[in-house]
Design a protein around this ligand. Structure first.
Ligand code: ADP
Ligand code: MG
Length: 266
């Protein structure tokens, strides 16, 4: 069966896209899935946060987008069991210019994923692909939305959480009505929730009011372990499994799977 392809998108930086990509992937793998992360951010935080050194980035998401490599050749295993990654390099900064004039510029990633079944992780097919987007609604993000089955939107529990969301939702709607009709919204995950801060609670209520059931029950707390782990090249789940952040991502993974089964059946 083809893997489910989820993209983590929000044109704001620092909202928890990469932290969610790394830790949700690890949590999904911990409950039996085989996960491929595609690092589409030229900053390469997902690649670094999973301990992928520069020498292991010889083949990158850039080559994949250009059609110069295949998923199975671009993917490298991480130290996390059952998690592979297609790393990013700074080359991605130039990809827009390279492909902008090509007719299939928005379909580069979708075309590359046609061969995703050539990749196996521990002799089994990949079951989830998670795409970590750059903080922009650029051609890279558009490629991810065209390739994906569903979008997962991380929103930070801060005053301006909803600002910019309508633009993202509009982009998703546009892509659904033109390039990718099967695209759905998997859910909205509230991140960096601080229970000592009244504002966090207020923002959570506002977003639930606005987005209803799209918001996951699981809320990711502000947790220092989540921000420390990348400097050790590990997901928080392998750095401190018991911390509140790791436990929240495990709960999120079960919610994501539950919703995926529902969406896939629909
Ligand atoms: P994005 O990929 O959207 O730019 P990141 O996942 O890189 O966002 O998060 C931005 C910063 O916030 C990083 O330094 C990260 O370690 C930190 N961070 C993310 N989520 C949390 C959290 N729940 N608690 C504490 N720090 C977090
Ligand atoms: Mg990021």
């Amino acid at each position: 069966m083809a893997p489910r392809i989820l993209t983590l998108a929000n044109q704001k930086g620092g909202v928890g896209k990469t932290t969610t990509a790394i830790n949700l992937a690890t949590a999904l793998a911990a409950i039996g899935e085989r996960v491929l992360i595609v690092d589409l951010d030229p900053q390469g935080n997902a690649s670094t946060g999973l301990g992928i050194s520069r020498v292991d980035r010889e083949i990158s998401a850039y080559d994949l987008l250009l059609g110069e490599t295949r998923v199975a050749d671009a993917a490298v295993m991480t130290s996390v069991p059952n998690v592979a990654i297609i790393p990013s390099t700074m080359d991605l900064l130039g990809v827009e210019l390279t492909i902008a004039s090509q007719a299939d510029r928005a379909f580069k990633l979708r075309n590359a994923f046609k061969a995703v079944d050539e990749l196996s992780i521990n002799d089994k097919p990949v079951s989830y692909v998670l795409i970590d987007c750059p903080p922009s609604l650029n051609l890279l993000t558009v490629n991810s939305l065209v390739a994906a089955d569903a979008v997962l939107v991380p929103l930070q529990c801060e005053f301006f959480a909803l600002e910019g969301l309508s633009q993202l939702l509009q982009t998703i709607e546009q892509i659904r009505s033109t390039l990718n009709p099967r695209l759905s919204i998997q859910g909205v995950v509230m991140t960096m929730f601080d229970k000592r801060n009244n504002l966090s609670e207020q923002v959570l209520q506002d977003v639930r009011q606005e987005m209803g059931d799209l918001v996951y029950d699981t809320v990711i707390p502000r947790n220092v372990r989540l921000s420390e782990a990348p400097s050790y090249g590990k997901p928080a789940l392998l750095y401190d499994l018991k911390c509140a952040g790791s436990q929240a991502y495990l709960r999120l993974a079960t919610e994501v799977i539950r919703r995926e089964r529902h969406l896939a059946a629909a």
